[in-house]
Design a protein around this ligand. Structure first.
Ligand code: SAH
Length: 405
């Protein structure tokens, strides 16, 4: 793509979209689906950056095109911009300023750029100390991979940038996966981070997704502050976040369960790293089965944390996901004595807050439990939420007390 021909990206191909697409854009969304494309010039390739106009010729902005994906256009700006290094630098700088405005300017562990939520569709960058973990999930961002790497180096001076461009998203965009060190010292793949005084070893090669789940930071604090003197079940513990925060808050003991052997090993290491090994026990098991067994044996906990993986990524899976939330929360509630707390999360984008609450209502009825709201959580400031784009509002979290009946 010629970078410097003409002002304001006027060399970019022009794509017109339907009335419905225009309304979507005006309502604040940045995705346009294939059936809302109207006039698309021939000869365009996945990842091309294009100008977008309404059918009547109203300029709507700049987008990345990929007709191989169900999401044919992703708006990167409401203006006609000049794609290239300067634009990448501007967006990464804005993402940094956004976090600084929330008081997160010098966190050693945080998400530096979160895809559409930072107006960079398909680009995720996490900082773990001086190691950056990168995911490029769209053909449009892939086009500027070199510029992105150079800008990240100049903004953050990392010792290592490790790429984890994996998973279904790339397949939808027609791109192969890519994983490995892409800048700096390839010999290091781990970094010790500290959040709220708690230390974790993050392995950007073997850890989950980019290495560690940063999005639960505020919710872990909520759990920590409710944990003093309590016995805690950390369900779906991954590398140990919630349980270790609970111990930092004075929990008397934690049983952490995850189906991944890697996760349990990493969580055990992290518990020890914080000096909690004698109050932390890990079990690698299917949580649904394990909760049934614990319940059958009469075991109870003062606080049960449930942080399941996304139960579906496809619309067809929504009903099953809702059933999953109903089941797992019913099982969790069965381990609580009256007065006990259920801290429960959902990261399924396609299950919205009211649908999730409905599932919890069914779970409570199944468990014959009256639940009273104790705290509401959500994503931390490095995971921005756009009102006009519900997909950015994926993380739901609440703590409920089981009332004596
Ligand atoms: N609570 C974690 C993040 C959880 S991610 C944190 O704070 O970092 C979801 C986890 O659920 C993954 O680690 C995955 O291995 C685990 N998992 C998925 N299905 C499971 C099942 N049926 N039983 C137990 N763990 C499961």
């Amino acid at each position: 793509m010629p970078a410097e021909s003409g002002p304001h990206g006027s060399h970019m191909p022009l794509v017109r979209i339907s009335r419905r697409g225009e309304e979507r854009v005006n309502a604040g969304h940045v995705w346009i689906f294939g059936d809302d494309l109207r006039e698309t010039p021939s000869g365009l390739s996945p990842g091309d950056w294009v100008r977008v106009e309404s059918r009547s010729g109203l300029p709507l902005g700049t987008a990345m095109l990929n007709t191989h994906s169900r999401i044919a256009l992703r708006i990167v700006s409401r203006e006609v911009i000049e794609p290239g290094r300067a634009f990448i630098a501007r967006r990464l700088g804005e993402a940094r300023a956004r976090r600084a405005a929330a008081g997160w300017d010098d966190e050693n562990a945080m998400r530096l750029c979160f895809s559409e939520a930072d107006a960079m569709p398909g680009l995720i960058v996490d900082r773990f100390g001086d190691v950056l973990s990168l995911q490029i999930l769209t053909a449009g961002m892939e086009r500027y991979r070199q510029e992105i790497l150079e800008e990240l180096v100049s903004l953050y001076a990392p010792r290592l940038i490790y790429e984890r461009s994996e998973g279904g998203a790339r397949k939808h965009e027609g791109m192969p996966e890519r994983k490995g060190p892409v800048f700096g010292d390839a010999a290091i793949a781990t970094s010790v981070i500290e959040t709220d005084g708690v230390r974790f070893l993050v392995d950007v090669e073997k850890g989950p997704k980019t290495g560690f789940f940063l999005d639960q930071r505020s919710n872990r604090r909520i759990v920590r502050d409710l944990s003093a003197g309590k016995t805690v079940l950390d369900g779906f513990c991954s590398t140990g976040g919630f349980g270790i925060y609970a111990l930092a808050g004075g929990a008397s003991g934690v049983l952490a369960i995850d189906s991944s052997d890697y996760a349990i090993g990493a969580a055990r290491d992290n518990a020890a790293r914080n000096g909690f090994e004698d109050r932390w026990e890990g079990r690698s098991a299917n949580l649904f089965q394990e909760l049934r067994q614990l319940s059958a044996s009469g075991r109870t906990f003062d606080l049960v944390v449930l942080d399941p993986p996304a139960f579906t990524k496809a619309r067809e899976g929504r009903e099953g996901a809702v059933r999953g939330y109903r089941d797992v929360n019913r099982l969790g509630l069965s381990l609580l004595p009256p007065g006990g707390l259920l801290a429960t999360a959902s990261c399924t984008q396609l299950v919205d807050l009211s649908t999730w609450k409905e599932a919890l209502r069914f779970a409570a009825a199944d468990a014959r439990a009256d639940l009273e709201l104790v705290a509401v959580g959500g994503p931390p400031p490095d995971h921005p939420v756009l009102l006009g784009m519900p997909e950015t509002d994926y993380l739901k979290f609440a703590v409920w007390r089981k009332r004596r009946r």
